[in-house]
Ligand binder design. Structure first.
Ligand code: CAA
Length: 263
């Protein structure tokens, strides 16, 4: 791969968008490689992903403006679909994905972070949807996911004004869950990923699916989605061991990692 690196540390996979000369901007090749990287993640051995950008300046500075500058209407729509398809794959990926935002997260960079389950960032992070200043709309899901992640009025204000915000404001409006000094960001991301990876993987996957799918429908349908995914956990090794440890009241056993079973 030219622009993506993938490293596995125990149950955690780290995907790094590695195009620092262009501040990790997303061109077609980066999108294709990200798509292929996701397809190649071994879901039997991976329980959580971290997505970050190479270098200490930028997470992702957006879609590649040079590549977009000459597109026709039809090509623009196709480029939007290309990004949307990959980002949707990330959003619906069976295991949780943490965005470790280590600098600029502008345009497509903010949008890719919104496709992740959890966003944490460094103190130098900057978020924004500058597209209207370039004569386009956000095109990789920003008009949809920003308004579903923070409040609608604030999402509209950020998108219409093309104003970039710093890490502290991103935290205040609920766009990120935590802000860390740059040098601590990856350790904190890995710590969070390991905490998630210690829990029963089928249950964690089912929680992700229940939350994501449930948010798309009304409450009556949503609770049925939950019931099915709740029921799906029963008879698994994780459920038997997890509850067995508790019922045995054996502190040592209770603290033992349950023998995870993957789907
Ligand atoms: N596309 C292509 N190249 C980019 C880029 C982008 N989105 N962002 C930065 N780069 C390139 C620059 O062209 C520059 O390349 P050269 O060294 O070859 O000139 C290199 O990265 C470094 O950038 P700067 O010199 O501009 O660095 P800076 O520190 O002065 O500024 C910045 C940093 C504020 C992030 C600035 O680069 C910038 O404003 N970038 C564009 C941000 C943007 O508008 N993103 C949205 C894109 S549209 C989009 O994403 C649409 C969508 O929804 C799908």
């Amino acid at each position: 791969m030219e622009f993506i690196t993938y490293e596995q540390e125990e149950f955690v996979g780290v995907i790094t968008i590695n195009r620092p000369k262009a501040l990790n901007a997303l061109n077609s090749t980066v999108l294709d490689e990200l798509n292929a990287t996701l397809d190649n993640v071994d879901l039997n051995t991976t329980r959580c992903l971290i997505l970050t950008g190479a270098g200490d300046k930028s997470f992702v500075a957006g879609a590649d403006i040079g590549e977009m500058s000459t597109l026709t209407k039809a090509e623009g729509e196709a480029f939007g679909k290309k990004g949307n398809d990959v980002f949707r794959k990330l959003e619906t990926f069976p295991i949780p994905v943490i965005a470790a935002v280590n600098g600029f997260a502008l345009g497509g960079g903010c949008e890719i972070s919104l496709s992740c389950d959890i966003r944490i960032c460094s103190e130098n992070a900057m978020f924004g949807q500058p597209e209207v200043g370039l004569g386009i709309t956000p095109g990789f899901g920003g008009t949809q996911r920003l308004a579903r992640t923070i409040n609608v009025g604030m999402a509209k204000q950020l998108i219409y004004s093309a104003r970039n915000i710093k890490a502290d404001e991103a935290y205040r409006i609920g766009l990120v869950n935590a802000v860390y000094p740059q040098e601590e960001l990856m350790d904190q991301a890995k710590k969070l990923a390991s905490t998630i990876a210690k829990n029963a993987p089928i249950a964690v996957r089912n929680c992700k699916k229940a939350i994501n799918d449930g948010l798309q429908v009304d409450m009556d349908k949503a609770i049925v989605i939950e019931e099915k995914l709740f029921g799906d956990c029963f008879e698994t090794e994780d459920q038997k061991a997890g509850m067995g440890n508790f019922l045995e009241k054996d502190k040592e056993k209770k603290l033992k990692v349950v023998p995870f079973q993957n789907k």
